[in-house]
Design a binder for this molecule. Structure first.
Ligand code: GLA
Length: 343
């Protein structure tokens, strides 16, 4: 056994919130995710057995799996996908005892799954196989697509592999070039959990994705974000709505980068409001109860608010002036006592 084969390894990866640029990451658009203070910390201990044994602070029952066992629908799939990938590349040897501690709420749209895979890969490569974070993100996406079976884009993995809290990543999903922009001092991003649960693996993500890819094919473009809004009339009504969302969201996220660079909070807020309307009416990924919460967040003083991540429930993200954010939250919470502010 080489010295590293029996050594303990650990790594941490944050959750993320996407400020704008929704459903554009596999359509060639720009996305603006930001890492959250909440994170996943994971420890790997080689156990000398032909089994991976996974436990967490939240779900203490330790689960054992054969080294190459397929995904089972259990939360530990995200860890095991990472371990199997790392072993196949010689970054890790043998079975591992894995302890996971997470402060990222599950099912909230804050990328706890991407953070789990990225933390596993970072831990696996901690000692002697240092790898570029972009390669970690690409590996994590491959695991999510092929092992877990969710055909997601690259936004979440890039955000959690590269991001640090308070910094926004303006990521061009076509070539993975990115710029880190610090959130202006007088801007506060509030991330609020609606209390409505969601899961990407239930198939709705895949259906929306296929609709986007079909629209791009009919419009004869490599990426839907390259298409022209005026030519969406070539499409059947539902595909036209999906295309309208993606193309207009691509334009909004491009303008949002400029708005953030120049500190134009009202403009950034307006773009978030338009993004939500488009997600609600054209992408059809909002839920009526969240539409009301988001309207109230805006009428109580947020510059902008929108459902974040894939949608279908989970969290919404709001932009506020730092001075106004505490009173705003008290007023919103008084109106919707079930809300939970995550950041
Ligand atoms: C999920 C996916 C991402 C992205 C968003 C929607 O978070 O994992 O790749 O497509 O939905 O913007």
């Amino acid at each position: 056994m080489s010295s590293s084969e029996d050594q303990f390894r650990s790594a941490t990866a944050p959750g993320r919130v996407n400020l704008i640029g929704e459903w554009v990451d596999f359509n060639g658009g720009i996305v603006l995710p930001m890492a959250l203070p909440q994170s996943i910390h994971l420890e790997l201990h080689p156990n000398g057995h032909n089994q991976d044994r996974v436990s967490s602070q939240q779900f203490p029952d330790r689960q054992s799996f054969r080294l190459n066992a397929a995904a089972s629908g259990h939360w530990s799939d995200y860890v095991r996908g990472g371990l199997q990938y790392a072993r196949a590349r010689g970054w890790l040897v043998g079975g591992q005892d894995v302890n996971v501690a997470s402060s990222i709420p599950v099912g909230a749209g804050l990328s706890s799954s991407a953070a789990t895979i990225v933390a596993t890969l970072k831990a696996a490569t901690q000692l002697e196989h240092k790898i570029d974070p972009v390669d970690i993100a690409l590996a994590a996406k491959e695991i999510e697509n092929d092992f877990i079976g969710v055909p997601c884009g690259i936004m979440d993995q890039m955000a959690v592999a590269i991001g640090t809290p308070g910094n926004v990543i303006a990521l061009d999903t076509r070539d993975l070039s990115y710029e880190i922009i610090s959130l202006p001092d007088d801007w506060t991003i509030a991330v609020v959990h609606s209390g409505i649960g969601r899961a990407l693996s239930d198939g709705r993500y895949k259906v929306r994705r296929e609709e986007c890819l079909e629209a791009a094919e009919v419009m004869n473009v490599d990426y839907l974000c390259e298409a022209d809004l005026t030519s969406t009339n070539k499409l059947a009504p539902m595909l036209a709505r999906r295309a309208r969302h993606v193309i207009s969201e691509g334009h909004r996220s491009t303008r949002a980068v400029e708005a953030m660079r120049s500190g134009n909070r009202p403009l950034f807020g307006r773009l978030m409001i338009e993004s939500h309307a488009s997600l609600r009416d054209d992408m059809n990924v909002s839920v009526p109860a969240m539409d009301i919460m988001i309207e109230d967040a805006i009428s109580l003083g947020a510059d902008g608010a929108r459902i974040t991540g894939a949608g279908f429930g989970g969290c919404f993200v709001c932009l506020l002036s730092t001075d106004a954010s505490d009173l705003w939250w008290e007023a919103l919470k008084a109106r919707h006592p079930g809300l939970n502010r995550i950041a």
